[in-house]
Design a protein around this ligand. Structure first.
Ligand SMILES: NC(=O)c1ccc[n+]([C@@H]2O[C@H](COP(=O)([O-])OP(=O)(O)OC[C@H]3O[C@@H](n4cnc5c(N)ncnc54)[C@H](O)[C@@H]3O)[C@@H](O)[C@H]2O)c1
Length: 338
């Protein structure tokens, strides 16, 4: 299939390009490089035999989108382009709504003009908010506690209303849990700008000597060791979920959300211990207070994705930590080192 991948130069997008091309899909990336570098596509191309077109542009730019649609004529779109820092979203709500909500609207309008009827959307487990029960299934109430989470839920609602207007239309809403890990080649991986927002890249930067110690936010949660528990999913498993979603979208109509996680959760302390096993050295930690907005624990019920997308996560915790360490130790400065 001809697949337009917005935000394809980002962390999850780059891994997905490899899985898509490995399955024979022809891809086209649209990215404004606000959180990526063109070096990513150089490396993806070196790892892939597939056809990878690319355009530099913003998903809010109508003229650019029309140009891409006319040039590439996609049969489906995978929409990764967006902003993802929960803390920053509170400080810059209008920017987050503009990119994540208006960006999705602008993209859908361009798809309508081009007659493209299938979209796979990067949503997030943050749409659920404080757990009413765990594991979260897709019927769990949605009550996001951040601007970021609300922007994802708004985009989901727009996509759902759009998909309902014609039986030809499909929107697959993938609610990711916590993506970690890197490609087996150690050539592509997560390369956050500034201080990492997420646990795994922070631990990796401590291990490689770029940061002194991991701050552990809170040790008084109602969990066995008092630290927060999350459902971590290997980025290659997540990338494969997009290929599965694309196959599903060919025979589906309307919008449908799917949790993409492993169903298992690990605490901050367990993640640190697993990373120490992978890198063979101790990770310094510093205990600090809870971070506003963090919840004690969460994990996914991904049985709908297992059954309907015919997808299942295959990478375990050791594969997640080992691949992160391989990427970080070979690329201590991320893509900037090349
Ligand atoms: N990584 C996570 O923890 C996580 C969890 C749940 C959902 N998501 C969602 O998945 C998607 C991809 O996440 P990621 O971790 O790969 O992030 P990322 O920042 O690495 O990738 C996003 C890509 O989109 C591009 N981009 C941003 N704004 C753009 C715009 N206006 N126009 C064109 N391109 C733009 C960036 O340059 C980057 O290459 C995002 O929508 C994110 O909200 C991520």
């Amino acid at each position: 299939m001809r697949v337009l991948v917005t935000g394809g130069a980002g962390y999850i997008g780059s891994h997905t390009l490899l899985e898509l091309t490995a399955q024979g899909h022809e891809v086209c990336v649209l990215d404004n490089y606000s959180n990526a570098t063109p070096e990513v596509l150089t490396r993806v191309r070196s790892l892939s035999n597939g056809i990878i077109h690319d355009f530099i542009g913003d998903v809010r730019d109508t003229a650019k989108l029309d140009e891409v649609m006319q040039d590439f004529v996609p049969e489906a779109v995978i929409h990764f382009a967006g902003l993802k820092a929960v803390g920053e979203s509170t400080e810059k709500p209008l920017l987050y709504y503009d990119v994540n909500v208006s960006g999705t609207l602008t993209l859908l309008r361009a798809m309508e003009r081009a007659g493209c009827n299938r979209i796979i959307f990067s949503s997030s487990a943050t749409v659920y908010g404080e757990p009413v029960y765990l594991p979260y299934d897709e019927a769990h109430p949605t009550n996001p506690t951040s601007v970021y989470g609300r922007s994802k839920l708004m985009a989901e609602q727009i996509l759902t209303d759009w998909a309902a207007t014609s039986p030809e239309r499909t929107a697959v809403l993938l609610r990711y849990f916590n993506p970690v890990g890197a490609h087996a080649s150690a050539q592509i991986g997560e390369d956050p700008t500034g201080v990492p927002d997420n646990l795994m890249p922070f631990i990796a930067q401590v291990a490689v000597g770029k940061r002194d110690a991991l701050q552990v936010f809170g040790n008084d949660y109602d969990t066995p060791d008092g630290t927060g528990r999350r459902d971590y999913i290997h980025v290659v498993d997540l990338a494969r979920a997009h290929v599965a979603a694309l196959n599903y979208a060919q025979g589906a109509t309307g919008a449908r959300p799917f949790n993409i996680g492993t169903g298992q959760s690990y605490s901050v302390r367990e993640m640190v211990a697993a990373f120490e096993r992978a890198c063979g050295k101790p990770i310094a930690t510093k205990q600090v207070g809870r971070r506003a907005g963090d919840i004690a624990a969460m994990q996914a019920d991904s049985s709908r994705a297992n059954a309907e997308l015919d997808w299942v996560a295959t990478h375990d915790l050791d594969a997640m930590t080992a691949s992160t360490w391989a990427w970080q130790s070979k690329n201590p400065d991320g893509y900037k080192g090349s």
